[in-house]
Design a protein around this ligand. Sequence first.
Ligand code: AMP
Ligand code: GLY
Length: 424
Amino acid sequence: MKVLVVGGGGREHAMCWKLRQSPLLGELFCAPGNPGIGEVADLVPVSADEIQKLADFAAELKIDLTVVGPEMPLTLGIADEFDRRGLPIFGPRKRAAELEGSKVFAKTFMERHGIPTAAFVVAHDSDEAAKAARKFGYPVVLKADGLAAGKGVLIPKNDEELDKALKMFFDERRFGASGDRVVVEECLVGEEVSAIALSDGKHLIPFVASKDYKRIGEDDTGPNTGGMGAHSPAGVLNVDLGKGILDQVMRPMISGLAEENRTFVGVLYAGLMLTEDGVKVLEFNVRFGDPETQPLMLRLEDDLLPVLAAGAAGGFNGQRLHFRKEAAACIVLASAGYPGTPKMGETISGIEKAREHEGVEVFHAGTATMEGKVVSAGGRVLNVCATGPELRDALKRAYDAAGEIHWPSKFLRRDIGKRILTRS
Ligand code: AMP
Ligand code: GLY
């Protein structure tokens, strides 16, 4: 089969790495990819949101399956365009992708379908938001309605911080039109976990649970990022909780979306909080998580390609996915400035040395090549991932290998998995 992966981050590198191992794979393309992905796929110089160009490429090369990594092309309607042109694609159409594209839609949808989530109010201006915030009490959660690369959530702890947050949304318009409406919601307390499943519109194929670390600072402090590390197993779930997530969250989502004429074909991702009152949904994404996908691909035993191809072709054939018992972890190496404006263009050394460590894979995210050298070219730069018999081993291997890699502005969180290990 000829496969095209859309995107160019660590998630897409891990997907390409996994797809490359499929005996069904002929050629693998990635648009736009990155230098690491270039080691396993042919790079196509088209950016992920140039839908027409991607469709033209897929048509011209007779691509058998296109898989989409990031949310932007999905919310822009890449799946609708490919469907219109009879090009096989695994990813939700625009109407289904609204689940991630609009938090107001996601919250009201969950309310309609009895899916557990934090109590909320939709605010259209600063006064409405302030009133709602006072109702919930501090800390309170404010979310831009539209896409903001995981950075559109603020959690003020007092009047002063609330004031600042409201100014960011409504005066400075830091999130542009994405912040025209703001979801104000109660702050949930508990352990976060990511539940990811493939859907063909009717059936679900769940992945094992994973956990990511969204805050920039150790001990979960500072602003939210796209994710600074991840591991699987999540270390916080038992079998009953896992079944509860499928029954209370994932299945009602898929059937509710179908009922509302938004049939969901693609990757459904529920960001969950395990609270004292049970599981509650923090957010839905319509794609694989980044960096959760990196450890998930390392643990995935079965071939991913036939499952994605069947999903794109109309339905799974009773397929399931099996996962290794081994644990896997991912440490994100970022550049100073992230999640704001990162330093870029610095030469990176030690990637090959890190890869020599047992059980280690290094996936590229924001990298580029300059004069034959790999340089930093984004906020999240590299993902150092490892497997191991237990979570403790996977984390240690990933951290040891991460220590081999250097560039002047490199930084990482040193506490990925730490709290989970001390609990068990
Ligand atoms: P979201 O983009 O909605 O997933 O939010 C990003 C992150 O903000 C989540 O992963 C949580 O860490 C945090 N967050 C979002 N909603 C809440 C909430 N209601 N209570 C506590 N933390 C939250
Ligand atoms: N790691 C969180 C996300 O992909 O949204």
